[in-house]
Design a binder for this molecule. Structure first.
Ligand code: SME
Length: 157
């Protein structure tokens, strides 16, 4: 798939950020905000094949609001990219999922992936945003930077 130029990508994320700022200002419900973020992002980027959240509940990592094909409901503890984002408390960019040890393939069509942690107001990671692409090398630092900024719009209680 044709890659977006840096300028085109930044411009699109910037417009999405402004749109989400308006939409999320109307609710401080975390689930509603996650659902809105997943829906807006998924429909604005051709290379987003799956986009959604996983949240820690009683020590388990459980799927939250998402868009795209049916995904795993629970991710095996400390395995895969989402748990890596939680344990390392940082954004993880995977250019080729086959090369990531322990990667969990909820859908074999996913080829690259980005995971961005969502922290609560005491700085604890409580959820992650996960985005998958059907192409290799779809995500870079620019996606990471903008997705981190977008997640600041979600109030995590
Ligand atoms: N690939 C993820 C699992 C979630 S799906 O991609 C939707 C992982 O390794 O944690």
């Amino acid at each position: 798939m044709k890659q977006l130029s840096e300028d085109a990508k930044s411009g699109r994320y910037s417009r999405i950020f402004t749109q989400l700022e308006g939409l999320l200002a109307k609710s401080d419900n975390t689930i509603a905000n996650m659902a809105t973020v997943a829906a807006v992002l998924y429909h604005k980027f051709d290379y987003y094949f799956w986009c959604g959240f996983y949240t820690i509940l009683d020590g388990k990592l459980i799927v939250g609001p998402y868009q795209g094909p049916v995904a795993c409901q629970e991710l095996k503890k400390d395995q895969g990219v989402c748990w890596a984002g939680i344990n390392e408390k940082k954004t993880i960019i995977v250019h080729d999922v086959e090369l990531f040890p322990g990667h969990i393939a909820c859908d074999s069509r996913s080829k690259s992936e980005i995971v961005v942690p969502l922290k609560n107001n005491t700085g604890q990671v409580v959820s992650v945003l996960d985005v998958d692409s059907k192409d290799l090398n779809s995500f870079d630092e620019l996606d990471g930077k903008w997705l981190e900024k977008i997640l600041t719009l979600i109030n995590q209680h």
